[in-house]
Design a protein around this ligand. Structure first.
Ligand code: UDP
Length: 250
């Protein structure tokens, strides 16, 4: 079993205090095994969702690795006295994985509007020569069993799922093992960014922890989702240090 790095719980949701480099090392380890590992890229909105959605919370709690995707998760960990070094976002993780682990990867891209997964795969090939694109599938399918068969037959070892949360984590938790992959990562809007359909915030916004604001300005329809952010902050602050606790390594 690959050892799990030091883990926290934020409002009952796991968060592993890993850097990008440690995440990549952990993934390399997973690829040496013959079993499925769910990787969650967690953000504040997801932690708020997990407070009321038990199925989603269980899926996240069952993950092998939960990396700090959002600034909210990073700040909460720091507030609790257990700082994490950096964000590990779905987009960057996908890019770094392709750059640094290229030939070891047979990736299946699941999710996004029709054509987006293909475009994302194509772009990723440019930065990660040597990766093998095992297959692609848009995120507007009905028959889960048929998709599982398609992924299994593709011989993929890594499954990137961009269906948005909570669906991507639930899907991976239910079907990841049956797909025959060693690693399944919920990557949210990553294919939209890789394919060039959605712009990531400029570095300055990212550095200031204001990427959410930039995304809101570009996609005002996200405002309802943003209501989770103050909710998250209030819950963490009102829960005091108890809201963020270390978990013994399993
Ligand atoms: N999506 C999908 N099938 C669906 C609903 C959404 O494939 O039934 C895709 C959507 O096209 C987008 C992604 O899921 O590419 C979710 O992106 P979002 O920006 O909401 O994710 P976030 O990174 O904010 O979690």
């Amino acid at each position: 079993m690959v050892p799990s790095p030091s883990r926290l719980e934020i409002l009952g949701c796991p968060l592993d205090r890993v850097t990008m480099a440690q995440t990549l090392d952990t993934l390399r380890g997973y690829l040496q095994t013959d079993r499925f590992h769910l990787v969650v890229t967690i953000g504040s909105e997801m932690i708020v969702r997990a407070q009321t959605d038990h199925e989603f919370r269980e899926a996240v709690q069952g993950a092998a690795l939960v990396v700090p995707d959002s600034i909210g998760a990073v700040l909460a960990a720091r507030y609790g006295g257990f700082p994490v070094r950096e964000r590990v976002t779905g987009v960057e993780l996908t890019q770094k994985m392709a750059q640094q682990m290229g030939p070891a990867l047979r990736i299946f891209f699941l999710g996004g509007a029709p054509g987006v997964a293909e475009e994302a795969a194509h772009r990723l090939l440019n930065i990660g020569p040597g990766i093998h694109v095992a297959g692609t599938q848009d995120g507007y399918f009905k028959d889960d069993a048929a998709i599982v068969e398609k992924i299994k037959a593709s011989g993929a070892n890594v499954l990137l799922v961009a269906l948005g949360f909570p669906r991507q984590e639930l899907w991976l938790s239910r079907y990841g093992a049956a797909c025959g992959v060693q690693v399944g990562i919920g990557v949210g809007g990553t294919f939209d960014v890789l394919s060039g359909r959605v712009q990531r915030a400029p570095q300055v916004f990212q550095k200031l922890g204001m990427e959410w604001f930039y995304r809101l300005a570009l996609q005002p329809s996200r405002w309802r989702r943003m209501l989770a952010l103050p909710k998250f902050a209030l819950r963490v602050l009102s829960g005091g240090k108890q809201a963020v606790r270390p978990v013994a390594n399993s």
